[in-house]
Design a protein around this ligand. Structure first.
Ligand code: FRU
Length: 523
């Protein structure tokens, strides 16, 4: 997003306001309150920040306005979970201070106490974030530390730790690079469409290594980068490549903000993008998600080696309408945590993502069913007998299309005059998610629409997993090769699921179907 400088008067008025965040406790029963997606109890949220695992807890910090339900007074909200599913809210971790908002950033466990903020055997947590100065056009990088499992934070007295005098320079993501024995920071230079890499021995002194970009999608400003190695699914043992994540403020496939990525190598100083197989050009931009509501996605730091997963989540909204979505007293949710891999495809290595397996703990016992080889009519009769309390569902279906040109797929959260459809169009080879009649759509002119994602048949079949909550749908095609995330605001009673087909039963067969009713993750 572009940030107007706050006039001094507004800052002065705000300084006179109460300094406490006051979350009145919520029943989590409000209309459209997600039942298993993370939301703050009240007020505005955007990007996930400081995702880090430490002493059995997954930390989720986030861009938060403690004082209102629109963007402003940016601070780091805070929540922890032991299972990535059930979250406990904690007080604001990094509040806005005089003329400095705490913008996006990351957190790491400083195992070797390189910063000196901890003690031997007692590693500190260190947050690295952008200070957005409201009294002058400047963004620079600050650090803060915690020695009590993230419960309280102390800003470093020597801040800033990195300053290049730029108005737009933000969202540092830091990791420990074992081969060179130092910290690496990936940070966005938004208007230049560049990501910069810096190195540090101690998180306090940073030296510039290299820049990447402009490349890929350059229409929108570049924000919230991330850089990590990923294993190749089914590849040789230890086969891996590096993924550079770059979120873009506009120009994403579904319109507005979105998340692109690059695959390549990181040699400890620079990121080198892999050439596209069969071409000496770099190919079109790669997108992590084809829906309209996946932004600022970044990954968890310090997941233990014995677990070995790369987990991330994104902000489930779009800067085009995020401040207008019709929810109260909170605004915005995160996607579910997802596990990442790389998959080798004919066009090169591609990101695949699947809901973290911990979400299976939401499946209601005795409310999971499966069916093999059925016509669409049979599958619908079978679905009619399924019960999905509050419309919450986790469904996986595999289709075997016939050589017919008709569209077929799923009708989700259907009710009187309301439906969201996910249809496969064999003619274009695309999936189409249509939310024009999904429920309340008139709060912003750019909300309703039809969004497309490519998909391919694998030995004549394809499959899709759909997670349905009260105000969102997350779609994972072919084991996560394509993801599509979409907000919807249907009536509570619009809770049915069906297979839809334009044509007849011969257009596509269902080779397998599995459904799970889900419980809430909030008490
Ligand atoms: C991305 C972003 C970041 C910035 C933060 C401010 O959504 O614009 O670049 O740090 O939000 O809230």
């Amino acid at each position: 997003m572009n940030f107007p400088m706050f006039p001094v008067l507004v800052v002065a008025l705000w300084m006179a306001m109460p300094r406490e965040a006051q979350p009145a406790s919520s029943s989590y029963n409000e209309a459209w309150r997600p039942r298993f997606h993370f939301t703050p109890e009240r007020n505005w949220m955007n990007d996930p920040n400081g995702l880090v695992f430490f002493e059995g807890e997954y930390h989720l910090f986030y861009q938060y306005n403690p004082f209102g339900d629109r963007w402003g007074h940016m601070s780091w909200g805070h929540s922890v979970s032991r299972d990535l599913v059930r979250w406990e809210h904690l007080p604001v971790a990094l509040p806005e201070t005089n003329a400095v908002m705490a913008f996006s950033g990351s957190a790491v466990v400083d195992h070797q106490n390189t910063s000196g903020f901890g003690a031997p055997g007692k590693p500190p947590l260190v947050a690295i974030y952008t200070a957005h100065h409201t009294d002058r056009p400047l963004q620079n990088q600050f650090i803060a530390f915690s020695t009590d499992r993230g419960r309280t934070w102390t800003p470093y007295a020597g801040n800033p730790v990195l300053d290049i005098g730029e108005a737009d320079f933000r969202d540092p993501k830091v990791f420990w690079h074992e081969p060179t024995g130092r910290w690496i920071m990936t940070v966005a230079w938004p208007k230049e469409r560049k990501v910069r890499f810096y190195a540090s021995p101690n998180l306090k002194e940073w030296s510039h290594l290299s820049d990447f970009g402009p490349a890929g999608s350059v229409q929108g400003i570049w924000e919230c980068p991330d850089l990590f190695p990923l294993r190749v699914e089914g590849g040789e043992r230890n086969e891996q490549a590096w993924v550079l994540i770059v979120n873009v403020g506009s120009g994403a496939p579904a319109g507005g903000s979105g998340c692109q990525y690059f695959v390549g190598r990181f040699d400890g100083s620079r990121f080198l993008r892999s050439p596209t197989p069969g071409s000496n050009r770099s190919g079109p931009p790669l997108w992590a998600d084809f829906g309209r509501d996946f932004y600022a996605a970044v990954s968890w730091s310090d997941i233990p080696q014995r677990d070995g997963r790369r987990l991330w989540l994104g902000w489930m909204s779009n800067w085009e309408y995020a401040q207008d979505v019709p929810t109260a007293p909170w605004r915005s949710a995160m996607t579910v945590p997802r596990e990442l891999h790389l998959r080798s495809t004919p066009v090169g290595l591609r990101l695949v993502q699947q809901p973290a397996r911990e979400l299976e703990s939401l499946r209601i016992r005795g409310a999971s069913r499966s069916l093999r080889r059925a016509t669409v009519t049979e599958a619908n009769e079978w679905l009619d007998e399924a019960r999905f309390p509050e419309g919450l569902a986790d469904l996986t279906v595999a289709f075997q299309p016939a050589r017919a040109a008709a569209r077929y797929g799923l009708a989700i959260r259907t009710g009187t005059n309301e439906v969201t459809t996910l249809l496969a169009d064999p003619e274009t080879g695309h999936l189409q998610l249509d939310r024009r009649r999904s429920g309340t759509t008139d709060f912003h002119e750019s909300f309703p629409g039809v969004f497309q994602a490519p998909f391919r048949l694998d030995r004549g079949r394809w499959s899709v997993r759909v997670l349905v909550d009260t105000s969102s749908i997350e779609i994972f095609v072919n084991g996560g090769e394509v993801a599509l995330t979409s907000l919807i605001f249907p009536k509570a009673g619009s809770s049915d699921l069906h297979f839809g087909i334009l044509g007849n039963d011969h257009v596509a067969k269902i080779t397998s179907l599995e459904t799970h009713a889900l419980s809430r993750s909030w008490p």
